[in-house]
Write a protein that binds this ligand. Sequence first.
Ligand code: GRF
Length: 229
Amino acid sequence: MTAAPRRARVAVLISGRGSNMAALLAAAADPGYPAEIALVLSNRADAAGLAHAATQGVPTAVVESRAFRSDRAGFEAAMQAEITRAGATIIALAGFMRVLTEGFTARWEGRMINIHPSLLPAFPGLDTHARALAAGVRLHGCTVHLVSAGVDEGPILAQAAVPVLPDDTEASLAARVLAEEHRLFPAALAWLAAGRVALAGGVARVDGAEAAGGSLVNPLPSAPRLSKG
Ligand code: GRF
């Protein structure tokens, strides 16, 4: 019998619903996936994702950010202790709503990824779908990136684009983007866990990743109409 290849141990950090976390758990349920979820860690005890992780038999922990008030270093030290205890070597931020200090991001440089619901560098921060609608962009989407010190900044690993439709609401657009998040995040985590990500001049390259063919154009250009008379 040959030993199964060692899988990278990942801590998934959440603050709420946890649908992206659930997508990672589902991917990691396949023994051939290069990462295993060693810990789901939340900064809120009421995060819905914690219950789902527990039903999947994944260890969970809570470090209440509220308990630390403005002591961000103390909050992060408590999180780091949980992450170390779990033996995680990669962090996946999956809807984790606290801004991390430079010390923490430097410690995890190249080993921490985030999923963000926009085509970065457009619309960093909150309310991305409402802002995309207000800006009138025709293409919107999501980004997985390595985390650096700035909020929603860092080398991009992958992006998925979706069209913005004329009668979209914030909710309908968010749902279209979220479906892509659930495909993109597990793929990007697998690349990082398998050691396929290389950095050159602040830009990430994924070894062996196939470039998407074609283009997404929205609205579709149509043939010019003949004017009458
Ligand atoms: C997602 O839209 C993610 O891109 C953003 O926060 C949201 C979290 O959703 N960072 P969920 O908790 O994964 O369902």
